[in-house]
Design a protein around this ligand. Structure first.
Ligand code: GLC
Ligand code: CA
Length: 560
């Protein structure tokens, strides 16, 4: 039987940067409520709200201090209830982030865990992961050389107990011990609370890190000791069986680097874990392995279109009839898609529309990231102080230590840091882009006078109009359930596929490149009509045709 989350169209709101209603420079729940009509107008029916919980904001709310409280930055629990009410009245759903891997170091559990004089120390100590120091030549050393995801050592010393605690993200985010049944019980209470309040599901954060290698072998960076270890599935199944599935929730699990072998375990129709999976496989097909100054995800290279197509196609096939796919270009942890895989200068508008065509006729439940629908670009910050993300500052130091110049390091931050996609939503050309009336918590991109919602709402040929057209088509033709055929996978420039909807077939032809392309049509176009095009074209009658840089067309015909 069809589930509601299969036909959903999701929009991710990064709360802090979406809309500031009380003019303190920080986006908030009331701001979001004021924009629900806008979301409805785009054709979205599910809102994913990034962490709204009480937090010291070391990692913009992924470091939770109180799971039961709404951050004062964002409003109150009453505001959150109002959000649910306003959304539900419009038949829209709301899902929230659920952060299971860690808490803030200011969470009362950790306060008790780290302090031997705390009355509940013994009970809470085991909620986290501790290790005694190692000594070399009489000098205290970290238990292992493991490096966390933000580029810093994964252990921090706690003098009061003479132990190190593990944190695979920032030092203010101690990892929880999922082997402890008492901790799991406490976490399940948290989840039940939000279900009872009426949330429709969760985007579950960092799920594949819940289990660690408790032998704590040394290793550098040591990721294999805290990523995708088999036992994490057990924890997820426990939550799935007891909470997620009985409540008909939408559960999107984040598991970066998940393999296709694990896919059905995570998000197969009989899986006890999620309904769908975020794996990021297609998000970094442009890294330059030879770059040693700003290595890994930071090394910007050319986009490998073949790998991109392969990734989408294989994940589609893995889940076909057996499970469910989520489709997305990016989120708050990757660069803005038009800057990342498109061209945010010469061909800004056309490439943003091409990217929309390339993704949004592919089956699965789509997730649009805020600002994507108007082609927002990576930030243009000149100074290190303009950035906010905790990861930026550790990595900047690492780049400099590798020998990168200040300018090279800054360029990597603009291109690849998580802040590149976290600048405030550009609503209009008013001061502060209509996001707020005061200086926001993170600078506005200076291109807001040309790239903004208000301007695009006035034009039928804007990027925003393209999104509306495609999402409306998606709903009308039930494209979440479409059949998919990719063509010419090994072609380094074209991105062509056929999506079979309820009534029609749609042939999507994209020149995924800044160079012109002689497009070989994979099917005879005689029986097709032009449905959409991001450049002016006449009726195509030849077997091939010259496509402009980033040109995209959609042809349609009745289902045969
Ligand atoms: C996830 C989030 C990211 C956060 C991390 C730690 O990857 O998407 O933003 O920093 O988990 O919670
Ligand atoms: Ca505010």
């Amino acid at each position: 039987m069809e589930k509601w989350w299969q036909s959903a169209i999701i929009y991710q709101v990064y709360l802090r940067s979406f809309k500031d209603a009380n003019n303190d420079g920080i986006g908030d729940i009331k701001g979001l409520i004021g924009k629900i009509d806008y979301l409805e107008e785009i054709g979205v029916d599910t809102i994913w709200v990034s962490p709204h919980y009480d937090s010291p904001m070391d990692d913009n709310g992924y470091d939770i201090r109180d799971f039961y409280k709404v951050s004062e930055d964002y409003g109150t629990l009453e505001d959150f209830k109002e959000l649910l009410k306003e959304a539900h009245e419009r038949d829209m759903k709301v899902i929230t982030d659920l952060v299971l891997n860690h808490t803030s170091d200011e969470h009362p559990w950790f306060e008790a865990a780290k302090d031997p004089n705390h009355p509940e120390h013994e009970y809470y100590h085991d909620f986290y992961i501790w290790h005694e120091p190692k000594y070399e030549d009489g000098k205290r050393k970290r238990p292992t050389r493991w490096i966390g995801w933000f580029g810093n050592p994964a252990w921090t010393y706690n003098e009061a107990t003479d132990e190190y605690y593990l944190h695979i993200f920032s030092r203010k985010m101690p990892d929880l011990n999922w082997r402890n049944p008492e901790m799991r019980k406490a976490m399940k209470k948290v989840i039940q609370f939000w279900i009872d309040l009426g949330v429709d599901g969760f985007r579950v954060d960092a799920t594949n890190h819940l289990e660690k290698n408790w032998d704590f072998p040394d290793g550098y960076p040591g990721y294999e000791n805290f990523s995708s270890l088999p036992k994490h599935h057990e924890y997820l199944q426990e939550l799935g069986r007891e909470l997620f599935h009985p409540n008909d929730l939408m559960i999107i699990g984040e598991a970066g680097g998940a393999t296709r072998e694990e896919a059905l375990q995570y998000a197969g129709f009989d899986s006890e874990e999620f309904n769908m999976l975020i794996h990021f496989e297609h998000c970094w097909v442009d890294t330059d392995e030879t770059n040693t100054l700003t290595p890994g995800k930071w090394a910007k290279g050319t986009v490998d279109i073949t790998r991109l197509k392969e990734s989408f196609y294989r994940w589609y096939k893995v889940f076909k009839d057996k499970g469910w796919n989520a489709i997305y270009w990016h989120n708050h942890d990757q660069p803005r898609i038009v800057s990342h895989y498109g061209d945010d200068e010469t061909h800004w508008e056309r490439s943003a529309k091409m990217l929309a065509c390339a993704l949004y006729l592919i089956p699965g439940t789509p997730i649009v990231y805020y600002g994507e629908e108007i082609g927002m670009t990576n930030v243009d910050y000149e100074n290190l102080e303009d950035f906010r993300d905790v990861e930026v500052f550790t990595e900047y130091e690492n780049f400099r230590r590798n020998g990168a110049s200040h300018e090279t390091a800054m360029q990597a931050l603009r291109d690849r840091s998580r802040d590149s996609a976290r600048s405030p939503m550009q609503w209009s050309d008013a001061p502060y882009a209509g996001f707020s009336e005061v200086k926001p918590w993170i600078p506005i991109n200076s291109n807001y006078e040309t790239i903004n919602v208000e301007r695009q709402q006035q034009s039928k040929s804007s990027i925003l109009s393209t999104y509306k057209t495609l999402l409306a088509l998606r709903a009308k033709e039930n494209l979440n359930f479409a059949d998919l055929t990719f063509y010419d996978i090994s072609h380094p420039q074209s991105f062509n596929y056929l999506s079979t909807g309820e009534h029609h077939e749609y042939l999507v032809l994209c020149n995924f490149s800044e160079k012109p392309l002689t497009m070989e049509f994979p099917l005879d176009l005689q029986t097709f009509d032009v449905y959409y095009s991001n450049v002016d074209i006449g009726k195509a009658e030849r077997k091939s045709e010259e496509f402009a840089p980033y040109e995209a067309r959609i042809y349609k015909r009745k289902r045969q």
